[in-house]
Design a protein. Structure first.
Length: 325
């Protein structure tokens, strides 16, 4: 019996994504096999495809999906055949009709959250959780700058930060995305490709700047991001949509106001399963309460993964993008 999966044999553009038959696997001890129902597409998938983040080849892609368990291995007691589950980090391989996974990264899905919704928010929502609740605990009245605020992570970040009482300044790439960011609760919006971001931030904050910048764009925005911070502000670089950020001298951080700079990774914040479960529980609670509204802007078939990558890289997507097996 065989399943289907996206496989890459070399790094490069979307054209390297091959939709292939793969041998079906049986779960080993501590593992389950799940048949995917929805698959999240994320920028990390593009970094893997291009080789920015190195993987041994050939390899599958994707780290976020939902599905139904159809087989369990020896020693699995917390999950059973028929359970609806999802995951938002772990080994690559989500771009597939089915896969075997260790249970330590799996999360049981609430009945009132659909598979598509979960696949669109697990990685992105957990990222927003650790950025806002663990890396830096955003407080009421605090001014923050969120880049790509109409995108997958950015739309959740914006909504969640507003729930926490923060004043959110959104930086987006188009007027359509500006409208969306406003709908998500942004207090002010900056078109970062057309405007002087730092000058606008200073004007919006009475000359002070923001206390935190959440920047998923990377190379093209690092200078404006640093210049938007108040003294002792925190620069959080968590993505490379425009390319990797060049080295930043500690002397630069000193000169710009004794700033702090971090390049965090979600996996480090959920190394303990209890942390993963706590983050997911808070995320699900916010969604079920209607405080965070998941946005699925694009749906593609699994075989159309290359089209999904082209759409994301072209900057024309809104909210999350998912693949359907």
């Amino acid at each position: 019996m065989s399943d289907r999966a996206i496989v890459i044999h070399r790094t490069g553009g979307p054209e390297v994504l091959a939709f292939e038959a793969v041998q079906a696997q049986r779960p080993g001890p501590g593992e389950v096999r799940l048949r995917h129902t929805a698959i999240g597409v994320n920028f990390i998938d593009i970094y893997h495809r291009t080789g920015l983040y190195d993987l041994p080849l050939p390899t599958g892609l994707g780290v976020e999906a939902t599905g139904v368990i159809d087989a369990v291995g020896i020693g699995v007691t917390d999950f059973a055949v028929g359970d609806r589950v999802g995951y938002g980090l772990g080994l690559v391989g989500a771009y597939s009709t089915a896969r075997v996974m260790s249970v330590d990264r799996l999360l049981r899905l609430p009945d009132d959250i659909t598979d598509e919704t979960a696949a669109s928010i697990l990685l992105k929502g957990l990222t927003a959780w650790y950025l806002l609740r663990r890396l830096h605990r955003v407080t009421p009245g605090e001014s923050i700058l969120v880049y790509a605020a109409a995108g997958g992570v950015g739309s959740i970040l914006t909504q969640w930060a507003r729930c926490l009482g923060a004043r959110v300044i959104a930086a987006v790439g188009s007027t359509e995305k500006a409208e969306r960011a406003t709908e998500y609760g942004a207090d002010a919006v900056i078109l970062y490709r057309q405007e002087d971001v730092a000058a606008r931030v200073r004007a919006l904050t009475g000359g002070q700047g923001v206390s935190v910048v959440y920047d998923a764009v990377g190379r093209d925005t690092i200078d404006a991001s640093l210049d938007s911070l108040k003294h002792f502000g925190l620069m959080v670089s968590f993505g490379n949509a425009s390319g990797p950020v060049p080295p930043v001298s500690p002397l630069t951080l000193m000169a710009k106001g004794s700033l702090f700079l971090t390049r965090p990774l979600l996996a480090h914040y959920v190394e303990d399963r209890s942390e993963l479960q706590a983050g997911a529980a808070e995320l699900f609670d916010r969604v079920l309460a209607g405080e965070i509204r998941p946005i699925i802007g694009q749906r593609f078939r699994l075989a159309e993964a290359a089209q999904a990558h082209r759409a994301i890289e072209g900057g024309g997507t809104l909210g999350s993008t998912i693949l359907l097996p």
